[in-house]
Design a protein around this ligand. Structure first.
Ligand SMILES: [Zn+2]
Length: 291
């Protein structure tokens, strides 16, 4: 079984196919498991799917992978994030640069839908599907109970934190969902997690505690920023402390987009907790702290 595919770009295709070759793995005998919709995980799905293998994905993200190919998808998201104050004039360019747009799958795919508790066998491994929405609305992990292995996708990462964003239309409270999914995984017995990026995570529960602290800290920071008065999510994003070497004015447009999505998810979470209030002013959504 192959977990995730990498971006739909030549460098990734070459690396993936040379890896499969070095393992002497035939694609016809290799099923594919897509943890979530992001292009760096699903982009090469058309290249690795054959008549004989099966490509598994959760229902929500499977729909979104195909939906992202429709002409309405990016303009709808543009309008959505523009309402939160992102400078839409520049956003057209950002959209064209968005890796989800540039390096996603070429064609729609008919995924084999998996749900919570479904079992998937691969050699001596018997995995169970664990739904972990948050990083994306349909993110799924795989758990091997006997070997206590979690294939964590982008749900739990080691030295970086997963982007929790409201970039997509129609998500109620992704940060709330994410924190609940963290609690869910924390209740499981896990010896080791194999994430979608960077190194293996040896102490998963310690990492979960660190991630919780990170989001607590950032929620607090967002509330502090709102003490300056009414502002939109783009302005809030500019006030957050980012672990990057440049100032907000120097942020590449692409990073600004991710940062604004992250700010929206925190603001909407605070709104759900009645700690922030949202108002609409001339078509822009503004937030203020509830005293
Ligand atoms: Zn991702």
């Amino acid at each position: 079984m192959l977990i995730d595919t990498g971006f739909n770009r030549e460098e990734c295709r070459t690396a993936l196919f040379s890896g499969l070759k070095s393992l002497d793995a035939s694609l016809d005998k290799t099923d594919i498991f897509i943890t979530h919709m992001h292009a760096d995980h699903s982009g090469l799905v058309s290249a690795v799917a054959t008549e004989k293998n099966v490509v598994y994905c959760g229902e929500v993200d499977a729909k979104r992978i195909n939906w992202a190919l429709s002409p309405e998808y990016w303009p709808e998201n543009l309008a959505y994030i523009g309402a939160y104050g992102f400078p839409v004039g520049e956003f057209g360019e950002a959209l064209l640069q968005h890796p989800g747009q540039k390096y996603g799958p070429d064609n729609e795919h008919d995924f084999c839908i998996v749900r919570e508790g479904d079992a998937l066998e691969a050699g001596e491994y018997r995995f169970v599907v664990v739904e972990t929405p948050g990083h994306t609305p349909g993110h799924i992990c795989l758990y091997e109970p006997d070997k206590r292995i979690l294939i964590s996708g982008d749900h739990i990462l080691g030295r970086i934190t997963p982007n929790i964003t409201m970039f997509y239309k129609g998500l109620p409270d992704p940060l709330g969902q994410y924190l609940r999914s963290l609690d869910k995984v924390d209740r499981m017995e896990i010896g080791v997690a194999l994430p979608g990026h960077r190194g293996i995570i040896e102490d998963v529960h310690k990492r979960i505690a660190e991630l919780r602290r990170h989001y607590d800290h950032r929620l607090h920071e967002v509330l502090t920023i709102l003490e300056d008065g009414l502002m939109n999510a783009y302005q809030v994003a500019g006030g957050i402390t980012w672990d990057l070497s440049y100032t907000w004015d120097q942020f590449p447009l692409q990073q600004m987009l991710f940062a604004t999505g992250e700010a929206i998810s925190h603001l909407e979470h605070l709104r759900g907790q009645n700690k922030a209030r949202r108002l609409e002013c001339e078509g822009t959504l503004l937030f203020e702290r509830v005293k």
